[in-house]
Design a protein around this ligand. Structure first.
Ligand code: MG
Length: 164
């Protein structure tokens, strides 16, 4: 049986992963409204991935004999400024998620919950990838600045990128 505090933390993280999905889906809609289908597609893939993350926590909790209790999901913003500002927000959000995963890791360590630590290794590696891919787009957008042609090239490149 899983420790009650670890169970609560995982339930909250299920909500956080759903919020991430909701946030990226809202960003995707914003990009669609501005006619940048490549940015929209990249964010939609990210949104889908967050649902997979949520369900990994869901299944883990169930496998451990825990009880999943779904929490309410906050409304995400609908306006995101420039594409650079938006992707800086993606990067900042992923860094926050990394901090949350690390906090659950610390909690599981304090409870000597080895199974949860092993499960979290997947997420720790995943966060390295999440931060890296957001950082790449931020760096490209910094180079592009206000140049519309450069933004369209980045948009086209992201349109062809497979979900990681
Ligand atoms: Mg995630």
């Amino acid at each position: 049986m899983i420790d009650a505090d670890v169970q609560d933390a995982i339930n909250t993280q299920i909500r956080n992963e759903y919020y991430s999905s909701y946030l990226y889906l809202s960003m995707s809609a914003y990009c669609e409204s501005r006619n940048f289908p490549g940015f929209a597609s990249w964010l939609r893939n990210q949104s889908d991935e967050e649902l997979v993350h949520a369900m990994k926590f869901f299944d883990y909790l169930t496998d451990r004999g825990g009880r999943v209790v779904l929490e309410s999901i906050e409304q995400p913003p609908s306006e995101f400024g420039t594409f650079l500002e938006m992707f800086e927000e993606v990067l900042e959000h992923e860094r926050e998620i990394t901090g949350m995963i690390n906090n659950i890791y610390d909690l599981a360590t304090s409870k000597n919950d080895q199974a949860t630590l092993v499960m979290l290794h997947w997420f720790i590696e995943e966060q390295v990838e999440e931060e890296k891919s957001a950082e790449e787009v931020v760096e490209q957008l910094k180079l592009a600045g206000d140049n519309a042609a450069a933004l369209l090239i980045i948009d086209r490149e992201l349109a062809s990128r497979e979900s990681e």
